[in-house]
Ligand binder design. Structure first.
Ligand SMILES: Nc1ncnc2c1ncn2[C@@H]1O[C@H](COP(=O)(O)OP(=O)(O)OP(=O)(O)O)[C@@H](O)[C@H]1O
Ligand SMILES: [Mg+2]
Length: 231
């Protein structure tokens, strides 16, 4: 049985995680002795001032970065202990990532952007599957547009559709509303929350917004390189 199908089981576990970055001769510590268990199907907001390590934390959970110390187990996979190739396969299958600056591929249409993760995962999914996802974010009629023809909020909704394309168990969103006006930000947040409530996805959002955090099941904050529980 996969962890995803056991309600209440942690789908993300960090134990004693440390991460620092080199700056010339010096090592600059970002995270120290971080422990975290995230329950499958929950929404966790990660707060913290700029530069405290929110993006670093999400990048560790997605296997984009590797920790200097400690263990990170995501969907049953010890991602601190597997090689680069296995990590990228893990990421492609298990993680949907939503970025602050949308990061859509500019030379692909909206539909092609959404199809790409399906094709990379060799999922038997055609344009209709991509359009159904676009419909779920209210953008079916924009499938043939290029990203630069869309507003910021529309681009972020495409990015959410793309993040869901491979049906990942976990959605990581790094300041997903940071570049949107308040109302559009609320729409985007509503879409992400719906994925948790209706589809059982696990959602971690790094944010400065207390409004985003207000909707979370749990709020943690990074302070002095540690993770502290807020709620
Ligand atoms: N690849 C890297 N190389 C060197 N230093 C890095 C790297 N990535 C992050 N850092 C440093 O790690 C610290 C934490 O960065 P991070 O981006 O995780 O912060 P953040 O909490 O997401 O900030 P913000 O709210 O501004 O997005 C910063 O001091 C940053 O300079
Ligand atoms: Mg950040």
């Amino acid at each position: 049985m996969s962890l995803e199908s056991e309600p209440g089981a942690p789908i993300v576990s960090l134990r004693g995680v440390g991460k620092s970055f080199r700056e010339g001769e010096r090592r600059h510590p970002v995270l120290e002795s971080v422990d975290l268990d995230v329950t499958a199907g929950s929404f966790v907001a990660v707060l913290g001032r700029s530069g405290t390590g929110k993006s670093t934390l999400l990048n560790l959970i997605s296997g984009i970065d590797i920790p200097d110390s400690g263990e990170i187990i995501v969907a049953g996979i010890p991602i601190h202990a597997i090689d680069e190739q296995e990590r990228s396969l893990f990421r492609r299958r298990q993680i949907g990532f939503v970025f602050q600056f949308f990061n859509l591929l500019p030379t692909l249409t909206v539909e092609e952007n959404v199809l790409l993760p399906m094709q990379l995962n060799r999922l038997d999914a055609g344009p209709e599957a991509a359009r159904a996802l676009l419909e779920s974010v209210g953008l079916r009629d924009r499938h043939a547009s290029f990203p630069d023809r869309l507003s910021g909020g529309e681009q972020q909704r495409v990015a959410i559709a793309r993040a869901l394309a491979a049906n990942p168990a976990i959605i990581l969103a790094d300041e997903p509303t940071g570049n949107l006006d308040a109302d559009t930000g609320r729409d985007v947040l509503g879409l992400l929350e719906r994925m948790v409530r209706d589809e059982g996805k696990t959602l971690l959002i790094a944010t400065h917004s207390h409004e985003v955090a207000a909707g979370a099941d749990r709020v943690v904050r990074i302070r002095d390189h540690r993770l502290v529980e807020v709620l």
